[in-house]
Design a binder for this molecule. Structure first.
Ligand code: ATP
Ligand code: MG
Length: 241
């Protein structure tokens, strides 16, 4: 089964003369366990697609199957429940709950789902993400890079089919950004979840196996990154300039 399969997705904002078509007959397929970067000019609709795939926004047309289920047909409540298990989300600004500890933040989606969080899984993820010993801290007592690692652990905890990450390194300095990239590469090898990573940075995109370019409402090209930021940069300019 595909981790994600979007077919004929359309989404516009505004009405009448002010209507802006952002996604037009947009298709994208992500295999189970794949690592795909999504690039495109500012305003091309990358965040719009991620929000649609997470069931946080309604599509005007088309289907987006995540783990085999069409999120575009779900009610808000059903999409919220679905997301807790099947789609992890990571945003630029971390979105952690400041009053909860690191450990509580990571298990929150599963706890909200009424399940008991697996302590062995939690300890393993804390270790993998370099957060061992920090599980009782609050987000305010962490660096930006550490906060983003908590958000990634939260997204991965339930082993979702796909992790949707919107510019997860956008608020980090070069060193912390590098750390998150190396981590995502490593996690993609050892975890089951596929990753869809939105970024403007070719160095970050080159951590993924493939890169897709969004232009004029659709995926205009899809290439292997070969782990090479210079190649990603060149392909971006070829497709999106
Ligand atoms: N709630 C909204 N109402 C009206 N227009 C919106 C809304 N959200 C986004 N848009 C418009 O839709 C287009 C796509 O926005 P989106 O945020 O998906 O782009 P993006 O590719 O993520 O850009 P960036 O790289 O700057 O984050 C933009 O033109 C934006 O102005
Ligand atoms: Mg965006």
């Amino acid at each position: 089964m595909k981790a994600l399969k979007a077919t004929g997705v359309c989404r516009a904002y505004g009405k009448g003369a002010l209507k802006v078509d952002v996604l037009r007959d947009f298709d994208l397929t992500i295999d189970a366990g794949a690592f795909v970067a999504l690039m495109g000019p500012s305003g091309s609709g990358k965040s719009t697609f991620l929000h649609l795939a997470a069931g946080l926004l309604a599509a005007d047309a088309g289907t987006i199957c995540v783990d085999g289920e069409d999120v575009t047909k779900m009610s808000d409540a059903a999409a919220t429940r679905f997301r807790r298990r099947h789609a992890g989300v990571v945003f630029q600004d971390f979105n952690l709950v400041d009053t909860l500890t690191v450990a509580e933040n990571i298990v929150l989606p599963v706890a909200l789902d009424g399940a008991r969080a697996d302590g062995v899984r939690l300890t393993a993820l804390l270790g993998k993400l370099g957060l061992a010993g920090k599980e009782h801290r609050k987000p305010g007592e962490l660096s930006g890079g550490e906060r983003q690692r908590v958000a990634i652990a939260r997204a991965l905890f339930a082993e979702p089919a796909v992790v949707l990450a919107d510019e997860p390194t956008g608020n980090l300095d070069a060193a912390a950004s590098r750390g998150i990239c190396d981590l995502l590469k490593d996690l993609n090898k050892t975890e089951k979840s596929a990753i869809l990573l939105v970024t403007h940075d070719p160095v970050v995109a080159a951590c993924a196996s493939e890169v897709c370019f969004l232009k004029d409402g659709r995926i205009a090209a899809r290439h292997a990154t070969a782990g090479d930021p210079a190649r990603v940069s060149e392909l971006y300019l070829e497709t999106c300039k």
